[in-house]
Design a protein around this ligand. Structure first.
Ligand code: TZP
Ligand code: MG
Length: 210
């Protein structure tokens, strides 16, 4: 399927499930149109409950909801997509669970990761981390701008047809160089969650992404 993968992805964070939902709503009210519910260390039943609530809200706002880690939950709630990382199910297996109509995003840290995700049918790749961040545990090696340049160059040389979204400690000022390197978009969590004026940050991000 040819999905419209948005250029700005907001990833939830929070110390309680309710905080994830509150942050998700705040980000949507401030202008994001693509959000990833990223709950860690919760029973699947709780993830399902929150995903249902998030999906109801996102539908009223015409926001795309991506569920991190849980393909069955994504399918059950009718989410736009699911995102899987290196320690989750492989993309091909996720596709068997969710079918052709659901967006699959997958995390990559190397060119080889991207190649594998493309081969298995991913719809976008989250490539990172750009720089150190405390938002994610067990970070893969930091790529920095040079890492993106070299990986994206390999993608272009080999004609890998997939939108690549940069992630990990990204700030507004990073976006022009990342776009020039060839990324499709960026995924951010703290930048929007911690912003005193999230709408301003979001409009700056869109300015550089469009
Ligand atoms: N994957 C790589 S870095 C990261 C994830 C989920 C966290 C991104 O959050 P932040 O706060 O924008 O660094
Ligand atoms: Mg995961």
């Amino acid at each position: 399927m040819n999905f419209d993968i948005h250029k700005l992805h907001y990833i939830t964070q929070g110390s309680t499930p309710q905080q994830h939902l509150d942050h998700l709503r705040r980000a949507c009210e401030a202008g994001v149109s693509w959000v990833q519910l990223r709950l860690k260390d919760q029973p699947e039943a709780e993830v399902l409950r929150l995903a249902q609530e998030a999906q109801r809200y996102c539908q009223t706002q015409r926001v795309a909801l991506i569920i991190n880690d849980y393909p069955h939950v994504a399918r059950q709630v009718g989410a736009t997509g699911v995102h899987v990382g290196k320690t989750d199910l492989p993309v091909a297996e996720v596709r068997r669970i969710v079918g052709p109509q659901v967006v699959i995003g997958a995390t990559a840290n190397t060119y080889e990761d991207i190649e594998q995700h493309v081969r298995q049918g991913a719809d976008y790749v989250g490539l990172g981390p750009y720089r150190f961040t405390t938002t994610k545990q067990n970070l893969s090696p930091i790529l920095g701008l040079e890492g993106y340049r070299s990986i994206l160059q390999q993608c272009q040389q080999n004609g890998l047809p997939i939108p690549i979204v940069a992630i990990g400690g990204i700030e507004v000022a990073d976006v022009p160089a990342l776009r020039a390197a060839g990324v499709h978009g960026v995924a951010v969590s703290s930048l929007i969650t911690m912003a005193a004026q999230p709408a301003e940050v979001i409009s700056e991000l869109y300015y550089f992404l469009n």
